[in-house]
Design a protein around this ligand. Structure first.
Ligand SMILES: [Zn+2]
Ligand SMILES: [Zn+2]
Length: 364
């Protein structure tokens, strides 16, 4: 593969400002690589970054869900990662040190000196730290996973939300065959949680959403949800009690901003059950949160941020098997130069249009 001298990249220069720029592709050393981007997934974090809410460095190239092929690679990197030029890989978002006590305990996604693709400033060396681009730099501490090249890029790139589904809804709460699971929020991560719970053998899967989520709740059923609840027009509490026979084994909250689900989850879970909180709320207090329920019902509450190797591996295995109609949640392919439109479509700011899973597909 011959590398061009420059790459087109969409650069976020300030809150709500993204513009195309050309960046020079650097020479790589023995330990790093250059990825030719095939697709970059878009999620709620992209919107938060775009808005400036995440206080991420600017200017920077956004895009933290990269799928691509290795365009150039150093000898050490090829050996370490077991990949070569032409291989298709999914790239993990976090660049951890892999040496500190947190990394060595297995929680490398919480590494104190970790960096995150797309949150690294443009002025840091070549600036190619995000996947809103034709090419991206692969740091020596990256974690890569090979992906079968026969899968369409927009489906293969679902490895990212699906990895979250496996980690947040199965691994962390230890969801087992026969369990009843309530998933709050039917966005791409909620739908991914449905797919993961189904794969794990959950017996009853219940998904809650808003009136505006009707289409997404339909997709949840395609992926194996047994019941869906519109929390604005139905009595969610009563329905969940009925469907779960007295409370769910596992409740997963993937909603963002809204704090009601955190309060409600205490009522949905069975005594001795587990709640996973995976949606951030903008540092708001939860009104009406009665901690006594945690004591009286011996509820376990766990937080979930990010995805680690096991979640990604499960996701890629499922994608490669091709048994789940993942295209049902993929709604939009956008060009690189349409990055802003892609973000706004996800955020319901484009009238008459809304995405579930979407991605940027660069042109060459
Ligand atoms: Zn994301
Ligand atoms: Zn570390």
């Amino acid at each position: 593969m011959t590398l061009p001298k420059k790459t087109l990249a969409m650069v976020q220069t300030g809150p709500l400002k993204i513009e195309p720029r050309e960046l020079e592709i650097p020479q790589i050393d023995a330990d790093s690589a250059i990825l030719k981007i095939e697709a970059c997934g878009i999620c709620g974090s992209d919107y938060e970054q775009f808005e400036g809410k995440l206080a991420t460095p600017m200017p920077a190239v956004p895009g933290h869900e990269p799928l691509g092929t290795i365009a150039a690679i150093g000898d050490n990197a090829a050996k370490r990662w077991g990949v070569d030029v032409g291989d298709r890989v999914a790239v993990e978002t976090m660049i951890a040190c892999h040496c500190c006590s947190i990394c060595l305990s297995g929680s490398y996604h919480l590494c104190g000196s970790r960096r995150i693709y797309s949150y690294i400033p443009l002025k840091d060396q070549h600036g190619m730290w995000g996947a809103y681009a034709q090419y991206m730099f692969l740091d020596p501490n990256s974690v890569l996973h090979k992906v079968n090249k026969d899968i369409p890029a927009e489906i293969a790139v679902i490895f990212n939300p699906l990895g979250a589904g496996f980690r947040w809804a199965v691994e962390i709460p230890e969801t087992k065959p026969g369990d009843t699971v309530v998933i709050m929020g039917p966005g791409q991560r909620g739908l991914s949680s449905v797919i993961a719970c189904k794969a794990a053998g959950a017996k009853t899967i219940i998904v809650t959403g808003l009136e505006a989520d009707a289409k997404k709740l339909e997709v949840a059923k395609i992926f194996g949800a047994h019941h869906t609840i519109d929390v604005q027009n139905e009595n969610a509490s009563a329905k969940i009690q009925q469907y779960s026979n007295g409370g769910a084994d596992v409740v997963v909250d993937v909603t963002s901003y809204a704090t009601e689900p955190v309060r409600e989850a205490l009522g949905y879970v069975r005594p001795g059950g587990t709640i996973v909180l995976a949606g951030v709320k903008g540092f708001k207090p939860v009104e009406g949160f009665i901690s006594d329920w945690i004591v009286l019902k011996e509820i376990t509450i766990k937080g979930a941020i990010g995805v680690t190797t096991s979640g990604y591996k499960n996701a890629i295995d499922l994608i490669e098997k091709g048994e789940v109609p993942l295209h049902k949640m993929h709604t939009h392919n956008f060009k690189l130069t349409e990055a802003e439109l892609a973000i706004k479509t996800l955020a319901r700011q484009v009238e008459g249009d809304e995405s579930i899973h979407s991605c940027l597909i660069p042109e060459f």
